[in-house]
Ligand binder design. Structure first.
Ligand code: PLP
Ligand code: COI
Length: 354
């Protein structure tokens, strides 16, 4: 879909909240920049996006988002380098995935220029909100939801596309301990697991809380048929190192096609790390933990970047991962964040200058 935008209207906030923010101690996604991008779908088309002050929105109580959960989102980051240049990481991948998600949820797809030009206009206005501190970035949350009203269980006739941003620090502090899920499922064949649909996350909260109550931070989702194969880790894809080989499951109807995941696969291969994209069974991981060939497990995603796992629980037993000197997780995290923050060459052409 193409659409040309010449000028994006910008309505500036009367005052800035930036001086209230402690940029040295940022949490993840809890303070929001002064502006947001807003774009409405009405009468069968997307209207021009506008940059407006970040503020609450008013919706009819019968808006279909509340009843039927028509909502999709994305997660991206903007980084500022030492020269104050601003960089995004593979933003077109996020745009494409947002439309893939929208299509599955019967939400009208967005024109690329509304997403890209809108995002650029927003980041230009809120440039001062992009942190420079190591490990911090401006987390960007594009989302689309059904604002149209009515109790009829059918797609809405009106939608909102918003991009809100939040200067953020790391998502997890330290290593995480995970529980391999054997009862609940995150997604099913033919379902919406591959989409970044809000409801996928709501469905995870209860089983994740049960895992937290047992002392874990995350659930490792397994296939919905027999809970036999490892799929994802909460809001991350998962990588498993057995001896020197890095393994991750293939994407499917049930798994989000993570941008960090596919970047890691390419990066690791280019650095000579043996990578296998194949189904990996819980049995294989448990056996590898028992015989000492399981060296590392880590989650990967935009918010969490690369998040090392300290151990996992399975069938009431805990398995610890070994403490090793130079880990793939550290090496990959550094390589990828150096590319993202313009500290190293970008042989893949992933970095996108604003
Ligand atoms: N899997 C799920 C369920 C996610 O929510 C995310 C986060 O976006 C990922 C994987 C990682 O995807 P990406 O690397 O594109 O952020
Ligand atoms: C991201 O990694 O950007 C995500 O969307 C994860 C989110 C659910 C916190």
């Amino acid at each position: 879909m193409s659409a040309i935008i010449n000028d994006i209207e910008i309505i500036k906030s009367e005052s800035s909240k930036i001086n209230d923010v402690d940029f040295e101690n940022l949490k993840f996604g809890s303070v929001f920049s002064d502006h947001m991008l807003e774009c409405n779908y009405k009468d069968g088309k997307w209207e021009l996006p506008k940059v407006v002050p970040f503020a609450p929105i008013t919706l009819d109580p019968s808006a279909k988002i509340f009843h039927y959960g028509q909502s999709v989102f994305e997660g991206m980051k903007a980084y500022k380098d030492s020269n104050d240049d601003v960089w995004l990481f593979r933003p077109l991948e996020n745009f494409k995935r947002l439309n893939i998600s929208s299509k599955r949820l019967a939400i009208p797809e967005l024109p690329e220029s509304y997403f890209m030009e809108g995002l650029k206009a927003l980041l230009e206005v809120d440039k001062d909100w992009i942190p420079k501190q190591d490990g911090s970035s401006l987390y960007i949350r594009p989302f689309v939801f059904a604002s149209g009203s009515g109790f009829h269980a059918s797609p809405a006739d009106e939608y909102k596309f918003i991009i809100a941003t939040a200067p953020s620090g790391s998502y997890f502090s330290g290593k995480i301990k995970v529980l391999i899920e054997q009862k609940y499922s995150r997604s099913a064949n033919g379902g919406v697991g591959f989409a970044k649909a809000g409801g996928n996350y709501a469905g995870q909260f209860y089983p994740t809380q049960l895992a937290i109550d047992k002392g874990y931070q995350q659930v490792i989702w397994t296939d919905d048929t027999n809970h036999e194969y490892i799929e994802e880790a909460g809001a991350m894809n998962i990588f498993i190192r057995i001896n020197d080989t890095l393994i991750t499951g293939p994407t499917s109807d049930r798994i989000l096609d993570g941008i960090t995941r596919k970047s890691i696969i390419e990066l690791a291969k280019s650095k000579g790390i043996p990578v296998e994209v194949r189904k990996i069974s819980v049995h294989e991981v448990v056996e590898a933990a028992k015989n000492g060939s399981l060296k590392e497990m880590f989650g990967a995603g935009t918010a969490a970047v690369v998040s090392p796992i300290s151990g996992f629980g399975f069938q009431d037993k805990d398995y610890e991962l070994p403490e090793i000197e130079s880990t793939y997780a550290d090496f990959i995290k550094k390589s990828i964040t150096d590319i993202q923050t313009n500290k190293s060459e970008d042989p893949f052409g992933w970095r996108y200058k604003l």
